[in-house]
Write a protein that binds this ligand. Structure first.
Ligand SMILES: [Zn+2]
Length: 437
């Protein structure tokens, strides 16, 4: 049936029994998979189909609330925060700028942090070369896993800052650093940057827009997402999903973004022949460095299974380490929002960061330096354009200014963060009273 005709008939179909209504909703879901330009939103306010030029309100469905797969294009890319300005934000920015000025400092990386990145890169290269000279399978696996874990810590200390334009002043140097450091991880940095900076940062924990919490069959991360029986056990198996996250980005998200099957299609990242060239070159560089070269040089002595096993273990460990350290910051007693109805959020952008994120204290403190300051995650969301070397001082400023404005600044211990994360996953894993399925 013609799609427009289908939607014109929809109100009449919906007057029927629940069975017909369910069939109609199932069709909506299938359509949202089939056509990336169409969005179907069903919320307490209404059912709409949207694309760039077309918006048809089909009918009111006040009694139905439903969340659709986030493969559909997010209709409201930019949530409206009310009010758009706040005294808290102005004071916070002023205090941070005054702190920098008093030290005659700037917001980017300094010599010390550049040396830290160089040292981490050196350790990663040493692990890699040692792996290439291994003569036994278990030695290769251990050394390659060491390389992968060091590479992901290197990325946390360089790629992440560079994605926010906070490492170098130069945009080109930031882009170059991202491309080089992403090779060992196997992810396309240009797509990751857009997902992280444009979709996650300003829209944390907002359904359909924050792609980091997109609905899927593995983890239920918000109260608006469909429930499946396996979610009862998600508080037990989440480390496996954390381990698979980075390979999933490299193998599924990147290629889906490349072929325009995701919301990033409208962002026009890596355009034209040059874009394809950079994308393919990065994927080939990862394949050559992490699999082809070791298979050629080392596999005859350590075995092909050891080389492939080392690669898989390295990817899983690196991914699990990174995800484990940051994911809970958006789950620990935080709020979630669904703005499918187009209503503005009742708080400011900065308050949104407080409601959807927290800091946690690294102990010993050197661990915070190794993690690229990712533990101070709320502070990072408030100051994404500052290099992470400033986060400890900025976190103190955030705490002081927040107290003056009555905002709850939270800095948990890692034990508290994990406990809150487990509680969150357990509560999201229980079957909702009214299922969204
Ligand atoms: Zn960030």
């Amino acid at each position: 049936m013609n799609r427009l005709l289908f939607f014109h008939f929809a109100p009449f179909l919906l007057k029927g029994k629940g069975f017909i209504r369910e069939q109609f909703f199932a069709s909506c879901r299938r359509n949202s998979y089939r056509n990336k330009n169409n969005v179907f939103i069903i919320s307490g306010e209404g059912l709409t189909q949207q694309n760039d030029i077309l918006k048809i309100v089909v009918m009111k469905t006040d009694h139905i609330r439903m969340s659709l797969p986030t493969k559909a294009v997010a209709a409201h890319r930019r949530p409206v925060f009310r009010p758009s300005q706040s005294a808290f934000a102005a004071e916070l920015r002023g205090a941070a700028r005054a702190w920098l000025d008093a030290r005659h400092d700037h917001q980017y990386a300094n010599v010390t942090t550049m040396l830290k990145v160089a040292a981490m890169a050196g350790v990663a290269v040493l692990f890699y070369l040692a792996a290439l000279s291994a003569t036994r399978g278990y030695a290769y696996i251990g050394l390659y896993a060491g390389f992968a874990v060091t590479a992901v810590l290197l990325a946390a200390n360089s790629l992440h800052d560079a994605s926010h334009g906070a490492f170098f002043r130069s945009r080109g140097l930031n882009a170059a650093m991202m491309r080089v450091t992403a090779v060992a991880l196997g992810i396309e940095p240009a797509y990751w940057q857009v997902r992280h900076v444009r979709y996650h940062h300003p829209n944390a924990n907002i359904e359909h827009i924050d792609l980091d919490t997109a609905a899927n069959r593995f983890l239920r991360q918000t109260p608006f997402q469909p429930w499946f029986p396996q979610f009862r056990f998600q508080h037990l198996y989440w480390p496996v999903i954390a381990g698979l996250s980075m390979p999933y980005i490299g193998l599924v998200y990147d290629w889906s973004d490349r072929f325009g099957l995701t919301p990033l299609a409208r962002d026009r990242v890596l355009r034209g022949f040059g874009g394809w060239l950079r994308f393919i070159a990065s994927k080939l560089a990862h394949f050559f460095l992490c699999l082809a070269l070791p298979l050629w040089l080392v596999a005859p002595s350590v075995g092909y299974g050891a080389v492939i096993g080392g690669y898989v273990l390295g990817q899983l460990l690196a991914s699990c380490l990174l995800v484990t350290l940051i994911l809970g910051t958006h789950w620990a007693d935080t709020q979630f929002y669904d703005i499918s109805d187009g209503a503005p959020l009742p708080h400011t952008r900065e308050e949104h960061a407080f409601l959807t994120c927290c800091d946690w204290e690294a102990s010993p403190r050197i661990m915070g330096g190794l993690l690229g300051g990712l533990n101070l995650h709320l502070t990072h969301h408030l100051f994404p354009h500052f290099h992470h070397r400033h986060y400890p001082a900025l976190a103190k400023i955030v705490g002081q200014v927040a107290a003056r404005h009555g905002l709850p600044y939270r800095c948990l211990s890692y034990r508290e963060l994990l406990r809150a994360q487990q509680h969150f996953l357990e509560s999201m894993g229980q079957k909702p009273v009214t299922s969204h399925v």
